[in-house]
Design a protein around this ligand. Structure first.
Ligand SMILES: C[S@@+](CC[C@H](N)C(=O)[O-])C[C@H]1O[C@@H](n2cnc3c(N)ncnc32)[C@H](O)[C@@H]1O
Length: 227
């Protein structure tokens, strides 16, 4: 499918799919969305609630690696060990990554080097990027995920329900629920009623929270064990 690099509202870039009229991130601001939905409402929320020494994170749609890059610096700054797993069936090319220029948009000195390392590290094996961050990229379809109580946090960043409704179904969220540890949390940018109901139907306790700039709401789903 054709992919184009475009600028979003906050000046950071994203990939646009003209055939689907769909973006990899919010057109109002890719960086703002990643920071708000995944870092602030996911990662930092988990730290505040549990003060953990380590966190295992699953990303649904590794894509450009922006969420992984931002999480890397959070792990370094909070000195929490993050084991990050990114699932992706259609990896982004080296040319696209260069054009996105995320290292420039992240105000960290080593961002360029780290971003390159996140992408150059091999697939299907866990690599220690730093003492506080390991990465395993898995090239496969989301439907092939068979994790069982492995993750504390899921960044659910699939394409939207308008273009890939099957990825927002009860079946998919049941699999996500199983992949999470007890009290584990899934965060996503979508706030659609159908999505919320599918999450609730499989047992998640779902909160509707303020969305990133340009989007009214987002969802955070917590795995509460059934008695
Ligand atoms: C919204 S984009 C991900 C954005 C990504 N988190 C980022 O920060 O760049 C959705 C991603 O899911 C991938 N994808 C779409 N359908 C998939 C499937 N069935 N299995 C695995 N990956 C899929 C796409 O290639 C794309 O990279």
């Amino acid at each position: 499918m054709k992919r184009e690099i475009i600028k979003t509202g906050d000046g950071s870039a994203t990939i646009f799919l003209p055939d689907w009229n769909e973006h990899y991130h919010s057109k109002h601001g890719a960086m703002q969305e990643a920071l708000h939905v995944f870092i602030q409402t996911g990662y930092k929320h988990h730290l505040t609630r549990h003060s953990p020494e380590s966190i295992s994170i699953l990303e649904i749609g590794f894509g450009t690696g922006l969420n992984a890059l931002l999480t890397f610096f959070e792990a370094e700054n909070t000195r929490v060990k993050v084991d990050y797993t990114g699932v992706e069936a259609y990896p982004v090319s080296a040319e696209e990554l260069a054009a996105l220029d995320y290292a420039e948009a992240v105000a960290e000195q080593s961002a360029s080097e780290i971003f390159q390392e996140l992408h150059e590290t091999g697939w299907e094996k866990r690599s220690e990027i730093s003492p506080f961050f390991s990465l395993k990229k898995e090239k496969k379809f989301f439907s092939e995920i068979s994790a069982n109580e492995e993750f504390d946090l899921i960044y659910f960043d699939a394409f939207g329900p308008r273009v890939q409704p099957d990825l927002w179904s009860e079946e998919v969220f049941r699999n996500m629920y199983r992949a999470l540890k007890e009290n584990g949390v899934l965060v996503t940018y979508s706030a659609k009623g159908d999505v919320r109901r599918a999450m609730q139907a499989v047992g998640f306790a779902v909160e509707r929270l303020q969305g990133p700039p340009g989007k009214r709401e987002m969802l955070r789903a917590t795995k509460i064990e059934r008695c």
